[in-house]
Design a protein. Structure first.
Length: 347
């Protein structure tokens, strides 16, 4: 076992000190772009003001013959723009692929000081994080990178779900995790052909009644168990859970419902794969103004966070105070980036 005292030691001589607390950043949506397409790269300056995170995707959805162009396109877009408070991430290819080594070597060399997070797909266990952790430290040392580049794992294999706790605590570089429902469905041999969302056949049939008649069928959430496991693993290790992709762009209501279930369960954001999903994510992952108003009343009624208070007939205590604090803190963070919502929240 690695000694606790060496957990925070840099893994290469000259690499930056690992972070002890995560930077506080708004990450309501991680907006995916295919960096090999010039017309997409041309839109980056506009996108920077609209989204919380821009991610250059190098993995699935990028054709094999465009992998090098996507890597070069990512470097170009990273060098050519000032991202300000907007996060810059990349999703590298899987660790067993022919592209990943060059993805890391070339990207850290060229733009290591601009890159916030590397998203690692198909993570199976802590060993994948350890490998990437060591390699990033070597590259950071070689190229004089000043802040450690963080790792965000995709939870998208059955083995990964089984090992989710040890993945979450594998390194101080861990930023968080996203659910990858498409690969996870394949890995589990689920009988679906979708990327996120529910399935009309997955549900509960109401009992038969003496009166007979049609029995109601209630569709259930296929992802509830996995999201709950991911949220517990992340929350207990102080890292961030995000919901991943929802690929049916023709059904914004279903996308919003999937995002909202994840938000209510503890996720802080989701991926946007299409510009129409940016506003859905903003709506869902920014707290509701009525909820913020109620949370402010709870905090005001219990200034030191202890004891009990009655508000509109509902008892409040230390536990509701803590929930209220989560909402008000999030509202403050959103207010810094989003003037429209700042006016609604008044925090
Ligand atoms: C995302 O990568 C997924 O597989 O759902
Ligand atoms: Mg995937």
């Amino acid at each position: 076992m690695k000694l606790p005292s060496s957990f925070y030691a840099p893994l290469a001589i000259g690499a930056p000190e690992p972070l002890r607390t995560l930077p506080i950043r708004l990450e309501r949506m991680v907006h995916f772009v295919p960096p090999h397409l010039e017309k997409i790269r041309a839109k980056i300056p506009d996108l920077i003001g609209q989204v919380d995170v821009i991610l250059g995707n190098l993995e699935d959805a990028i054709p094999a013959d465009a992998k090098e162009a996507a890597r070069a396109g990512f470097i170009e877009l990273a060098q050519g723009n000032d991202f300000g408070q907007t996060g810059l991430w990349t999703r590298i290819n899987a660790l067993n692929s022919p592209w990943v080594l060059d993805d890391l070597i070339e990207i850290v060399a060229a733009v290591g000081n601009k890159l916030d997070v590397v998203m690692l797909p198909k993570v199976e266990g802590s060993w994948d994080i350890h490998y990437l952790d060591q390699l990033l430290a070597q590259l950071e040392a070689k190229h004089g990178v000043e802040q450690p580049i963080q790792i965000h794992a995709i939870l998208e294999t059955a083995q990964g779900v089984k090992n989710v706790d040890s993945i979450a605590q594998a390194s101080p570089r861990m930023h968080g995790m996203s659910l990858g429902p498409a690969d996870l469905a394949a890995s589990r041999a689920m009988k679906t052909t979708r990327v996120g969302g529910g399935h009309p056949d997955y549900g509960v049939l109401a009992d038969e009644t003496e009166q007979g008649g049609e029995r109601a069928f209630f569709q259930q959430d296929l992802w509830h168990y996995t999201i709950a496991r991911m949220v517990d693993a992340c929350a207990s290790n102080g890292i961030k859970p995000l919901y991943g992709p929802f690929a049916d762009f023709s059904d914004p209501a279903a996308c919003e419902s999937q995002f909202r279930n994840a938000f209510l369960q503890g996720c802080l954001g989701a991926w946007s794969l299409h510009p129409s999903q940016i506003d859905i994510a903003k709506t869902v992952f920014s707290p509701n103004a009525d909820e913020v108003a109620m949370a402010k009343r709870i905090l005001e009624a219990m200034p030191d966070g202890t004891g009990a208070a009655m508000i509109d007939g509902k008892m409040q205590d230390d536990a509701t105070w803590k929930q209220a604090k989560v909402i008000v803190d999030l509202a403050k963070l959103v207010s810094k980036k989003d003037p429209e919502r700042a006016a609604l929240y008044d925090v």
